[in-house]
Ligand binder design. Structure first.
Ligand SMILES: *Cc1c(COP(=O)(O)O)cnc(C)c1O
Length: 481
């Protein structure tokens, strides 16, 4: 047995490279990322390749190692080249992501130290760091000290946590589900629908509230529907509003919705995954007024704080509701249950073991300060408005509604032929060009183009480039027709 232990130990120790080996690994990775960062303003936002990253299969997972250089080449050709480049400022589609460098270093630290951020006693400092960040987010929202929250993997899980807390706080039991009513608009993010189903609420009555001509929930209609449903013997229990819809960036009338929900003893869940952090600047704060009237809220640091993918946040106004839904006891964790005033993330979410997400948020906030984050979200609001002003003066373009936040919709009206078809070809041309990446959606059956400004590398010159490309491609397609 001892022989075998020593034999496997020799191989097992390969998992721990020596200092000089670490230096080789690290310098290769740094050289690779520096090349990327030094060319980030010149590489396309979107690249179509024939192989679509298929080469990754040519090097199967096997017993034998490859060197770091070969590994990086595989990543370069198969992962970092084909498709959308979310690190590019030219990413003006969907809701752009971030990728600030200080977060990557935060992840590096978190991963090397591998602190266990799930339970207070295991890493009190890590847990305090996350709780401090959640308190900071609660302050931005305007939530009281008695709130609690969780750093999640993203907005989808954050929505799930908020909706589960609503279900339990209002005591919606299985037999009441068919007569319980949830109100939302058809502009709510699809992760909300998914969360409703995942929470076992798929058989509730879903009421889609009408919207005004800027795709915002009609609060008066909401109230009428609630009253009617009550009269009919149903139980309205949850309103889900958006603070920044994905399609058009619309912000529902939050204060009015909060008032109505509470007058009828319902829960108000606010999905501010995209829009929430605009409240960092005064201009955004005005638009988002009323966020604090919600009972739970979702904000995505990997959107509005420009973090790399993998960080969402949920807050629940009364921490008791979050505990009631997610706290568990396990025998093998009894010694982890020492009394303390600090929340343990594991008591406030479905996760037990989790990535130490706090560090990738804390480090950039500390080493940059909040100021550039405020400026960056304000810049994005103005850039969207700038695009809105400019595109309506370009011949042939028709503008959608004035942007609440940083999403603008528009389309080209061709001299001849079908507008929907023309715009589909236009978006294809822009994507094939690749210098910027735009997307599209359908609003009331009409195909429209979108420009969504939230990548931290998007600046005035990016918007001017997008305008130039749209003008060029529309002209080209007109000439072809
Ligand atoms: C992005 C988004 C979500 C989903 O968040 P993920 O982080 O992608 O899981 C939910 N709601 C809105 C409004 C969003 O923009």
């Amino acid at each position: 047995m001892l022989d075998r232990i020593k034999q496997v130990e020799t191989v097992a120790r390969l998992l721990e490279p020596h200092a000089d080996e670490r230096e080789v690994l690290r310098s290769n990775v740094i050289r690779y990322t520096e090349q990327f960062l030094n060319s980030i303003y010149n590489i396309p936002a979107y690249i179509v390749t024939d192989d679509k990253g298929k080469g990754i299969y040519d090097s199967p997972i096997s017993e034998e190692p490859i060197d770091i250089h070969t590994a990086l080449q595989l990543i370069k050709h198969n992962v970092d080249r084909p498709g959308l480049n979310p690190a590019s400022g030219g990413h003006l589609a969907y809701i752009p992501g971030g990728g600030i460098y200080a977060s990557a270093l935060g992840d590096y630290l978190a991963d090397v130290m591998n602190r266990y951020a799930g339970v207070f006693y295991a890493s009190p400092g890590a847990v305090r760091m996350e709780n401090m960040l959640l308190e900071w987010i609660a302050e931005i929202v305007g939530y009281p000290k008695n709130s609690a929250g969780n750093l999640t993997s993203g907005g989808s899980i954050a929505n799930l946590i908020g909706i589960v807390a609503a279900r339990d706080a209002l005591g919606v039991k299985a037999k009441e589900i068919p007569s319980s009513v949830i109100y939302l608009t058809n502009q709510a993010h699809h992760s909300v629908d998914k969360a409703i189903r995942t929470a076992g609420l798929g058989e509730c009555i879903l009421r889609y509230v009408p919207m005004d001509n800027r795709y915002r929930m009609d609060a008066a209609a909401l109230e009428r529907m609630i009253v009617e449903d009550k009269k009919a013997g149903c139980r309205p229990f949850l309103v889900i509003a958006s603070a920044g819809t994905t399609d058009t960036g619309a912000v529902d009338p939050l204060t009015a919705i909060g008032d109505i929900a509470h007058a009828h003893e319902m829960w108000f869940h606010c999905d501010a995954a995209y829009g929430g952090f605009f409240a960092l600047c005064d201009e955004g704060k005005k638009i988002l007024k009323g966020m604090d009237t919600s009972d739970s809220i979702v904000m995505d640091p990997h959107k509005g704080l420009f973090l790399p993918y993998g960080t969402g946040a949920v807050l629940v106004k009364d921490k008791k509701n979050l505990y009631d839904s997610f706290r568990y006891q396990a025998n093998y964790l009894l010694d982890a249950r020492q009394s303390s005033d600090e929340h343990s993330p594991a008591d406030l979410s479905p996760e037990l073991t989790k990535h130490f997400r706090g560090l990738r948020l804390w480090l950039p906030l500390k080493i940059h300060g909040i100021k550039p984050f405020r400026a960056c979200v304000e810049e994005k609001l103005w850039l969207a408005r700038y695009f809105y002003e400019k595109i309506q003066n370009v011949n042939g373009f028709e503008i959608g509604c004035y942007p609440d936040l940083s999403v603008v919709t528009y389309r080209y009206i061709p001299k001849r032929g079908d507008a929907n078809e023309f715009n589909q070809r236009l978006i294809q041309e822009v994507q094939n060009d690749g210098r910027v990446f735009l997307s599209s959606t359908r609003l009331n059956g009409t195909f429209v183009l979108r420009l969504a400004v939230l990548a931290f590398r998007t600046h005035l010159q990016t918007i001017d480039l997008a305008l130039k490309i749209l003008k060029e491609k529309a002209k080209l397609l007109e000439e072809e027709a």
